[in-house]
Design a protein around this ligand. Structure first.
Ligand code: SF4
Ligand code: SF4
Length: 94
């Protein structure tokens, strides 16, 4: 994973068109079956090379909904994010 959408997501749709690599799908396409938006961990690049911070989290109106997660198979990620932030699923936007 890289960024992660948790179950506080209200399915507003503000994030999906902000993603430069089309890593986000809506509740209808969520492979977990949960009725929330979902980030494909193997596509998300944490907006490295596109924006100063993850654009989905900037756009999201729900506090703490989008968090850091483990790097996993992501092709690139933000070096400054600590392992503690990732393992604790710290909010991307405080
Ligand atoms: S952090 Fe960037 S690349 Fe990753 S899902 Fe959000 S908008 Fe897409
Ligand atoms: S912007 Fe936030 S609340 Fe809205 S769909 Fe995306 S993750 Fe869910």
């Amino acid at each position: 994973m890289s960024v992660y959408i948790n179950d506080t997501c209200i399915n507003c749709g503000a994030c999906i068109d902000e993603c430069p690599v089309e890593a986000i799908v809506d509740e209808d396409d969520n492979p977990t079956g949960e009725e929330i938006y979902y980030v494909y961990s193997n596509k998300c690049v944490e907006c490295v090379g596109y924006h100063d911070e993850p654009a989905c989290a900037t756009a999201c109106p729900t506090d703490g909904c989008i968090t850091w997660d483990a790097i996993g198979e992501s092709p690139s990620h933000r070096d400054e994010i600590t392992e503690e932030q990732r393992s604790n699923k710290a909010p991307v936007v405080e």
